[in-house]
Design a protein around this ligand. Structure first.
Ligand SMILES: [Zn+2]
Length: 232
């Protein structure tokens, strides 16, 4: 993918976020209102993708590095958005490049709703991805925005010939789930660091993997597609 293509995708993601914002803005939802707020979206040069609030205006940045990184099926398992799709079953739990990008739009928009609902608490409590956040994110999907975003992204990708599949173009959903069982030694990567451990449980969409850490054991939940056999 060229930088121009990544830029086009990031810009489109910004436009789609604006559309959801406008829908919520004009809807009379009982729990909160977006009236008196505004949204700007921008394309960042790095990986960072985030939502900020300055007084009454929101700013969401979609990083070019994020768009490029998420195309790598191995790297993408390190992103929170990838785990959210698997764990919460958005898009049927299917991790594809299109779904990852669509989910990123919904995820960032959920931060706006969270700011509006829970400002006093957010100042006290640093845990941003909390129960309220996921309730609002679920609601965004419940209203059908996830599908709308993914359909629009797919349409534009076809129209402007933007890549909308993983680099290695593999179809991941479920491919790994039958190949591994409890007790298998596997490896996976998170944030650029490789880990090895034993499969403790096979869940519907993830494996629970016990990884030795110091003298103890740390448990990880890793999407099926993101594990492989250790190369010794
Ligand atoms: Zn977030």
């Amino acid at each position: 993918m060229t930088t121009d293509q990544a830029h086009a995708i990031a810009t489109l993601m910004g436009q789609l976020t604006q559309q959801i914002f406008q829908h919520y803005y004009s809807a009379e939802l009982p729990s909160f209102t977006l009236a008196n707020t505004s949204l700007q979206t921008r394309v960042g040069s790095g990986k960072a993708t985030y939502c900020r609030k300055y007084q009454h205006s929101y700013s969401i940045t979609y990083g070019l590095g994020m768009i490029l990184d998420k195309r790598d099926a191995k790297l993408c398992s390190g992103w929170l958005t990838s785990r959210e799709i698997a764990d919460r079953g958005y898009f049927g739990g299917q991790i594809s490049y299109l779904n990852l990008l669509s989910h990123t739009v919904c995820h960032e928009f959920a931060h706006i709703l969270q700011f509006e609902c829970d400002q006093p608490r957010m100042r006290r409590n640093n845990k941003v991805h909390n129960a309220l956040f996921y309730r609002l994110l679920d609601e965004i999907y419940h209203h059908g925005y996830g599908d709308t975003v993914s359909e629009t992204l797919a349409d534009h990708a076809r129209l402007y010939q933007l890549p909308m599949a993983f680099n290695n173009d593999q179809e991941f959903a479920g491919t790994n789930s039958q190949q591994y069982k409890r007790g298998n030694q596997v490896q996976f990567e998170h944030a650029g660091i490789g880990y090895q451990g034993l499969i403790k449980r096979c869940n519907k969409l993830t494996f629970t993997i016990a990884v030795p850490k110091g003298l103890g054991i740390q448990e990880w939940r890793v999407p099926h597609h993101a594990v492989s056999r250790p190369i010794n």
